[in-house]
Design a protein around this ligand. Structure first.
Ligand SMILES: [Zn+2]
Length: 127
């Protein structure tokens, strides 16, 4: 156990941040499953860790994402919760709830695809 944060993790796991997504966001360890990666990417949006979001996007899909627009969207949103609806080896279905830049409560449901390259998991795309 490291000396990481004891506050509950942003991703809704009910685990301390320091024992959940924080080590992934800091690059001291890496998600072992697509679901862990998905959770850590949500935490990266909450903590505005844009480099992490880019790094954990599949190299094939990275060109579709702009760090500037991710930062604008993430920082204009008020993140409320993440709920994992289902997770299999390479797919995670989730609902992210947030207030958009106008204060509108938004529930974003997505079925995301992930791939593993070597030991690492990457987000591919979602619909
Ligand atoms: Zn977490």
């Amino acid at each position: 156990m490291n000396s990481g944060s004891l506050e509950l993790c942003h991703c809704g796991s009910q685990k301390p941040f320091g024992a959940c997504c924080e080590p992934f966001l800091e690059g001291t360890s890496f998600p072992a499953t697509a679901e862990e990666l998905m959770r850590s990417r949500y935490s990266a949006y909450v903590t505005l860790n844009v480099p992490y979001i880019i790094e954990t996007t599949s190299p094939k899909f990275r060109k579709y994402y702009s760090p500037k627009s991710i930062m604008e969207w993430a920082s204009n949103s008020t993140w409320i919760s993440l709920e994992i609806l289902s997770a299999s080896e390479k797919r995670v279905k989730f609902v992210a709830t947030y207030l958009d830049e106008t204060g509108q409560l938004t529930r974003h449901t997505e079925d995301s695809r992930f791939e593993q390259i070597g030991e690492r998991w990457y987000f591919m795309d979602g619909k």
